[in-house]
Design a protein around this ligand. Sequence first.
Ligand SMILES: C=C(O[C@@H]1C=C(C(=O)O)C=C[C@H]1O)C(=O)O
Length: 184
Amino acid sequence: MTEFKSLYLSALRLAQWKHPDKSVFENTEKGAWLLEHGSMTERLKHHCKELSVTVLGISQCERDDLTEAEKALLNDEACVVRDVVLAGDGVPWVCARTLMPLSTLTDQEQDIAELGSVPLGQRVFTHATARRDAIEVTSLTIENQQLDARRSRLWLNEKPMLVSEIFLRDAPIYNVEGALDGTH
Ligand SMILES: C=C(O[C@@H]1C=C(C(=O)O)C=C[C@H]1O)C(=O)O
């Protein structure tokens, strides 16, 4: 799993995010994935029998270690960082890094820092107040593979988290057949 931490998570940390050009993504399968406002977990589950989450690490990121964009999108405060790999039937599909401000992890949201192998989306999107905004995208070339990635802000009880996801080479986002079934 160290490959994921060094290769993919560091690429996510250094990514240059861009606002998606709707004309490029509108009515495309890739756009449907990258601009998904609902649960990515649910979307991925439609393409496998079992979706699993492996936690690569839980750490703390001090305020000064956030980028200016991360400070602006969050509450400009220290965060818990959750690094995971999501796998469909054992095949790694998404590497994800979530910044959770300490003020988000309060009251009913205290448990989110200790989700373990429960997918974050499964916890967040069962709540009526859950919503996603500030979706940005990029393309990352890692080991000669061009991979799609996105960053978005999740809100739960009006408290933010910033989720970055890189879609690994076997992810269904790249599966043209997946577009044929029209389900997700
Ligand atoms: C935010 C979501 O949760 C997914 C699961 C994650 C986790 O368990 O840490 C992180 C990012 C997402 O791919 C989602 O399903 O939309």
